[in-house]
Design a protein. Structure first.
Length: 348
């Protein structure tokens, strides 16, 4: 099929202190969240000067993809639009329209299926098309890629590098904990998010020649009365200490690149707890700009352009379809303000 551009779509994040509250207002728009709770979330960003790492990582990933496409004869411009902060998706759509783009392929920086990591992005794209008006380009989203060899192999390499940071004589006894952003149990029941994460964790440990390592969750943001996926990474670390663990690799396979949740929940909170308990912690890098992940992006683009029938996927599940089922990953039910807490950015 003929495409004349790539639309790179991501979550977005603030880049300075003055951006933080407007960014959070975008994230939480339509949710009955008390203002004081938003201020508490903002403090996580202020610890890092108000700057999330995600936009810089996206710039690096777009640059790497640009080189990858050029090296393989795919001359397609890349437009970048975020859900929640500049560059905004609506502006990218307007620019594509002004440049005469007729049909674009959207790569979304989310590997798994859930409302916020798949369906909501499709809704965002549709809204941006409506805002751009008549003549806005048609946009087709690239399939969910959690079990694509490129994503799995990039994570295997990152976890292996983390293990090698542990002294050789202690490496065999090191624990691995795979982490992902928690979601409510009700949302998890209506999508394949947890199942897909467990499959990636299994695939990575198998490739490393290990017995299955646990999947745990981070960044829970719902009220205490509402069940969310667990166990929480901090609870897991405490349990490991009781078991006598001394070395731990945390692998955030639920994230494509570093988000504030990775910097705060893992590099800050989890790292502080490990120091307190006497556990040596190494945090594995996200897929980021690993060459195998970048080549996967190019392969997925080429797959759609050529109509290639061989759609690579590892493990027990088939590759996801290009077009999601109409009833998959429904939107969550919002709680009233009296019991709501601000939700940190979803898996993106």
């Amino acid at each position: 099929m003929s495409y004349d551009a790539i639309l790179f779509v991501s979550f977005g994040g603030p880049e300075r202190t003055d951006d933080v509250m407007p960014f959070l207002e975008n994230v939480l728009r339509g949710r009955n969240v008390p203002r004081e709770r938003m201020y508490q979330v903002a403090e996580h960003y202020y610890l890092f000067g108000g700057k999330s790492p995600i936009n810089d990582q996206n710039r690096a990933l777009i640059a790497a993809l640009t080189r990858e496409l050029q090296q393989h004869g795919l001359d397609l411009p890349i437009y970048w639009g975020n859900r929640n902060w500049h560059p905004m998706l609506a502006n990218a759509m307007q620019q594509m329209k002004a440049d005469g783009v007729k049909r674009a392929l959207a790569f979304v920086t989310a590997a798994y299926s859930s409302y916020s990591s798949c369906r909501q992005y499709r809704e965002n794209i549709t809204a941006a098309q409506s805002a751009a008006g008549e003549g806005s380009p048609q946009v087709d989203k690239i399939r969910v890629f959690y079990n694509h060899p490129g994503f799995v192999e990039a994570n295997v390499a990152q976890v292996q590098a983390a293990l090698e940071a542990i002294p050789a004589e202690r490496r065999s006894e090191a624990h691995i904990a795979y982490t992902a952003h928690s979601i409510s149990a009700s949302m998890a029941q209506s999508c394949a998010y947890e199942q897909q994460l467990r499959e990636v964790a299994r695939l990575v440990s198998t490739a490393l020649g290990r017995e299955p390592d646990p999947l745990v969750f981070q960044s829970r943001s719902g009220p205490a009365s509402q069940p969310w996926l667990g166990p929480d990474i901090l609870d897991h670390i405490r349990e490991l200490k009781q078991q006598g663990a001394t070395h731990l690799v945390i692998a955030p396979i639920g994230f494509v690149s570093d988000h504030m949740e990775v910097l705060y929940d893992l590099d800050t909170e989890a790292a502080n707890l490990c120091r307190e308990l006497g556990i040596t912690m190494v945090r594995a890098a996200t897929a980021g700009t690993h060459p195998r992940f970048v080549s996967m992006m190019r392969e997925l683009i080429a797959e759609r352009i050529t109509g290639e029938s061989a759609r690579p996927a590892l493990g027990v599940f088939p590759p996801n379809p290009d077009v999601c089922q109409i009833d998959c990953c429904p939107a969550p039910v919002r709680l009233p303000a009296a019991v709501s807490r601000p939700e940190a950015p979803r898996p993106a």
